[in-house]
Design a protein around this ligand. Structure first.
Ligand SMILES: *Cc1c(COP(=O)(O)O)cnc(C)c1O
Length: 389
C-alpha cells in the first residue's frame, strides 16, 4: 500500500494525474479525508442525533484498517460491523469505540463477542436468551442492542417475540439495553409508503419496550428527514461517496476512483469480432483499446456489450467510451474510435471517479453501486490519500 498526501479532499482526480506502478494493472484511489468529510457532513445534518458509521465487509471493500481510524479521528465512536470476526478486527483498531454487530449473535459466539467488547444487535428471542444466559453465567450485565423487525422481514424480533420478551423481564434485566434498532426496506425512494409504515411500526415496538436510545436510518433513511433520525443514524454507503437516495442529493463527495492502464490499441476491420464468443462485431473500421481490468478485479462481467446491447463505459482523455465485447477475467475491450484524442498504449482509463459515479457504473452493469464498491480492489493496487497518514 502506498500513501500520498493531498491538501484538499474529494477533488475530482483526473486520469492524467495518475501514475500506475510498472508492476500493476491500475490504481484504486481511496480518499480518507473525503470519508471523514462525508461523516462530518452527515453528522451535522442529523444533529442533535448522533452519527455512527457502518464499516462492515472491510469498510465496503475500502479497507477497515485505514477507514475506521480516519472516522474515529473525525469524531465517530459508534461503529457497525456484520460479523464477530469483523468485530474483533475493529476492536484491534480502536480500544474504546462502541462496536455493534449487525448480524446479531451467532450460536455459541457469546465469548468471542465479549472478547471483542462488541455489542450484538440481538435479532430474535433465541439470541436474547443466549446473551442473557451468558450475562448471568459470568455475573455481569452485558450491553445489548435489540433489533426489531418493522417490515423488512429479514432479521429482527417480531411483534409476538417482543410481547414474549416483555412478559419475561428477567431476560432484559440481565442486559444493559443500549439501543433499539430496525432497518428500512425502501428508504432510497422517499415516495414509498413503506417508509412511514415502518416508522409507525418501529414507534409501536419502542412503546412496548423499556426506554432506550433508538436507531432506524442508514444512508438513505437519514435523508428522509428528522422523524427518521431518532438518537443514532447508521450510514455506510454515503460515507463512501454513494448516492442511492432518489430524492435530494446526500451532502457527500466522491471517495473512490479506479483507473486502469491501456495495454494496446488495435484496428479492427468491419465485421471483426472482439472478445470471447465474438459477441460484438465491428460495424465500421474501429479502434479497439484493451485495458488491464476484468472481473477478477471486481469489474462486473455484466458490463459486457454485444451488438445491439449497451454495457459499461470508461473515460479516456475526458471522453466517455463504450465497452464492447465480453468483459473477461483480466481484460476489457473499449471502442475508442470516437475519442477526439488518439488513444495509445500506456494511457490511463478512468473506470470509476469524478466522471463515472458509482451509481452509473452499477447501473451500466445491471447492479448497484454497493456491489461495485464491495467487489473492488482484490488485485488492483490501493492508494490511500489523506487520513492524517
Ligand atoms: C448495511 C446496513 C446499514 C448501512 O446501510 P447503507 O445503505 O450502506 O447506509 C445500516 N443498517 C443495517 C442493518 C445494515 O445492514
Amino acid at each position: 500500500m502506498t500513501t500520498t498526501r493531498a491538501g484538499s479532499h474529494a477533488s475530482p482526480f483526473p486520469a492524467e494525474m495518475v501514475t500506475i506502478a510498472t508492476s500493476e494493472t491500475g490504481v484504486l484511489r481511496i480518499d480518507l479525508d473525503a470519508i471523514a468529510g462525508n461523516w462530518r457532513a452527515l453528522a451535522q445534518r442529523v444533529a442533535p442525533a448522533d452519527c455512527g458509521a457502518v464499516v462492515k465487509a472491510d469498510a465496503y471493500g475500502l479497507g477497515v484498517a485505514r477507514v475506521l481510524p480516519a472516522l474515529a479521528a473525525a469524531g465517530c465512536w459508534s461503529f457497525f460491523v456484520a460479523t464477530p470476526r469483523e468485530a474483533a478486527e475493529a476492536r484491534a483498531l480502536d480500544a474504546r469505540a462502541r462496536i455493534f454487530v449487525l448480524d446479531g449473535l451467532f450460536p455459541g459466539a457469546a465469548d468471542e463477542m465479549l472478547a471483542a467488547g462488541a455489542i450484538p444487535c440481538l435479532a430474535s428471542l433465541a439470541e436474547v436468551e443466549e446473551w442473557s444466559a451468558h450475562a448471568r453465567r459470568i455475573g455481569a450485565r452485558l450491553a445489548a442492542a435489540l433489533h426489531v423487525d418493522s417490515g423488512l422481514h429479514r432479521l429482527g424480533l417480531t411483534a409476538v417475540e417482543v410481547q414474549r420478551l416483555v412478559s419475561r423481564p428477567e431476560l432484559l434485566d440481565a442486559l444493559d439495553l443500549v439501543l433499539v434498532m430496525s432497518h428500512l426496506a425502501a428508504a432510497d425512494d422517499p415516495a414509498d409508503p413503506a417508509n412511514t409504515a415502518q416508522l409507525e411500526v418501529f414507534e409501536r415496538f419502542r412503546a412496548m419496550l423499556p426506554s432506550a436510545p433508538a436507531s432506524l436510518a442508514a444512508s438513505d433513511g437519514l435523508m428522509l428527514g428528522r422523524d427518521f433520525h431518532f438518537d443514532l443514524v447508521r450510514p455506510g454507503y454515503a460515507l463512501y461517496g454513494g448516492q442511492a437516495f432518489q430524492g435530494e442529493r446526500a451532502p457527500v463527495s466522491p471517495v473512490v476512483s479506479l483507473f486502469a492502464r491501456v495495454l494496446q490499441v488495435r484496428d479492427v476491420e468491419v465485421n471483426g469480432a472482439v472478445g470471447y464468443s465474438g459477441a460484438w462485431r465491428a460495424l465500421r473500421p474501429s479502434r479497439i483499446a484493451t485495458l488491464a481490468a476484468g472481473y477478477a478485479d471486481g469489474f462486473a462481467r455484466a458490463a459486457s456489450a454485444a451488438n445491439g446491447t449497451t454495457g459499461g463505459s470508461v473515460v479516456i482523455h475526458g471522453a466517455r467510451l463504450p465497452i464492447v465485447g465480453r468483459v473477461s477475467m483480466d481484460l476489457i475491450t473499449v471502442d475508442v474510435t470516437d475519442c477526439p484524442v488518439r488513444v495509445e498504449r500506456g494511457d490511463v482509463a478512468e473506470l470509476i471517479g469524478a466522471a463515472l459515479a458509482l451509481e452509473t457504473v452499477g447501473g451500466e452493469a445491471r447492479t448497484i453501486g454497493y456491489e461495485v464498491l464491495t467487489r473492488l480492489g482484490r488485485r488492483t493496487q490501493r492508494v490511500y490519500v489523506g487520513g492524517g497518514a
